[in-house]
Ligand binder design. Structure first.
Ligand code: AVJ
Length: 336
């Protein structure tokens, strides 16, 4: 059969480019566990949540009634994707930081394809497997979509895009991921992102808003206990990968809203005095009763603080949209 028979839309292979930017750092899990559990105030960095089990638990968190963030963000995109696509010229490149399974992104991809008939999607994600899976599904579903994916750290992917002088581009940073950084770190990161933006480029950033304690603490400690298992998976992961003997029944998950700093703090609290052995580190860690490991901060913003963040990064909040209950915000930042 002549190959021209298939030329109705460009072949899948021609529409996909996947670049691996660097090897993921392997040794730093051990280093982070060693440093974090020998510190005076015990802590573990939250990015280690996301192994296979943790990523699955996170997907379940996103479906929980208490975890309004995902639902609200999706509802804003359902209502506004068309309007957002109309703000950009053809051909626009849609960049996404930490796209994961890219399910909410489909709403924007569809809106851009409807408006312009074509689109380049450039997801940047640390997980190459995740990128391969979601790219293959997107290419099947959208014959006019081209994908230039980057497997690596955000900074490396953004540097590649900046070097390629791709413009106009809309960069997506969804899911309130900015909330894991403190406010200064957030401004520093966005300033780097700003450095690779031209006048026509925009950032669409999902930011969770400050609200009452009850709503916030329930969102981070749901009735079914999924978030507790997500937090405890960090200890399970240390057991699995570093040969530790954490008793998961002897720790409890706690979420506390701190209005002064404007963040929800997640902790694993030791329910009794105990000693844990971590084989791979040849380390014994002592816990007093009620002693905690700080595992995550989830920063919340007022509208004022979002405007501050944009300015601190050399940008302006040009537009913003809220869900019907005003719990969550999507913000369009433009270079100042
Ligand atoms: C993925 C960082 C946005 O902080 O809301 C959900 C992670 N932790 N439940 C958040 C999370 C507990 C989430 N982010």
């Amino acid at each position: 059969m002549p190959s021209s028979f298939f030329r109705a839309s460009p072949s899948r292979a021609k529409r996909l480019e996947l670049v691996s930017l660097e090897e993921p750092l392997r040794e730093s899990f051990e280093e982070d566990v060693l440093r974090g559990l020998t510190a005076a105030q015990k802590r573990l960095p939250c990015h280690w949540f996301y192994d296979e089990a943790g990523s699955q638990l996170f997907e379940r968190i996103c479906e929980l009634p208490e975890y309004y963030l995902t639902r609200c963000e999706r509802s804003i995109l359902e209502q506004r994707a068309g309007e957002i696509a109309c703000l950009f010229e053809d051909p626009t490149t849609l960049v996404e930081l930490g796209s994961g399974s890219a399910s909410k992104t489909r709403l924007l991809i569809e809106a851009f394809l409807e408006r312009h008939g074509r689109l380049v999607f450039a997801p940047i994600d640390i997980s190459r497997t995740m990128l391969e899976e979601s790219a293959s599904e997107l290419l099947d579903d959208y014959p006019r979509l081209e994908i230039r994916a980057f497997a690596g750290r955000y900074e490396s992917g953004l540097a590649r895009l900046a070097a390629g002088r791709v413009s106009p581009k809309l960069t997506l940073w969804l899911g309130s991921s900015v909330g894991n950084l403190d406010r200064r770190q957030a401004a520093v990161f966005l300033r780097k992102l700003r450095a690779g933006m031209s006048a026509a480029d925009r950032l669409l950033i999902g930011v969770d808003l400050r609200k009452d304690r009850l709503t916030l603490e329930a969102a981070y400690d749901d009735a079914e206990g999924v978030t507790a298992r997500f937090d405890l998976n960090l200890l399970a992961r240390i057991n699995r990968e570093l040969g530790a003997d954490f008793d998961l029944e002897a720790f409890a998950h706690r979420a506390t809203w701190r209005p002064d700093s404007g963040r929800v703090e997640s902790r694993l609290v030791s329910l009794r005095e105990q000693t844990v052995r971590i084989e791979a580190l040849d380390l014994e860690v002592g816990f007093a009763a009620r002693e905690a490991i700080h595992t995550e901060n989830s920063y919340k913003y007022s509208h004022h603080e979002i405007e501050w963040l944009a300015r601190a990064a050399g940008m302006l909040r040009e537009r913003h949209w809220l869900d019907a209950d005003g719990l969550y915000s999507l913000n369009l930042f433009a270079p100042a």
